[in-house]
Design a protein around this ligand. Structure first.
Ligand code: CMP
Length: 140
């Protein structure tokens, strides 16, 4: 069942490069409502747990190091068809393949340092949102 919610992180590269404001503006302009948001830094342990599904992949250690290398913005977003529409808004994982105007085409520098995360299913949106936010931090 569609939850109309997705989960995102503005990753350490985009934060370091000063793109928080522009990315949030593009997200709002596309019709997403922010229902939860925090500025935080993941420990190696938390980054490893968040991306546990990728454990064993050749890029896993690099991904965990990168995602814990500096602050991130984590948020839960609400919109009809949120998961699919947000993935369209951010573009392909590899910025070289991301459509023009998408967040990754504009702000990502490589497949590893790709500016933003977006959930790939309603189920994962729910799991990932709960990983970062308590119920009292979500404002429907
Ligand atoms: P994300 O959408 O956050 O989900 C998993 C992340 O793993 C992905 O974005 C990329 O940042 C990273 N990733 C996926 N494939 C590769 C790869 N081939 N090399 C490095 N990082 C990757």
């Amino acid at each position: 069942m569609a939850t109309n919610r997705t989960f995102t992180m503005i990753k350490p590269d985009a934060v370091r490069n000063g793109h928080i404001g522009a990315i949030l503006e593009q997200i709002n302009a596309a019709g997403f409502r922010i229902v939860a948001m925090k500025y935080t830094r993941l420990s190696q342990e938390k980054a490893g747990a968040f991306y546990a599904v990728h454990r064993g992949r050749p890029f896993y250690d690099e991904l965990v190091d990168f995602m814990s290398s500096g602050p991130i913005v984590a948020a839960i977003l609400e919109k009809e068809n949120a998961v699919a529409d947000f993935r369209t808004l951010i573009g392909a994982t590899n910025p070289e393949e991301a459509a023009e105007g998408t967040i990754r085409a504009k702000y990502a520098t490589s497949i590893g340092e790709n500016a933003v995360h977006g959930s790939d299913s309603d189920e994962n949106a729910d799991i990932e949102g709960s990983f970062h936010f308590a119920g009292t931090e979500i404002f429907a």
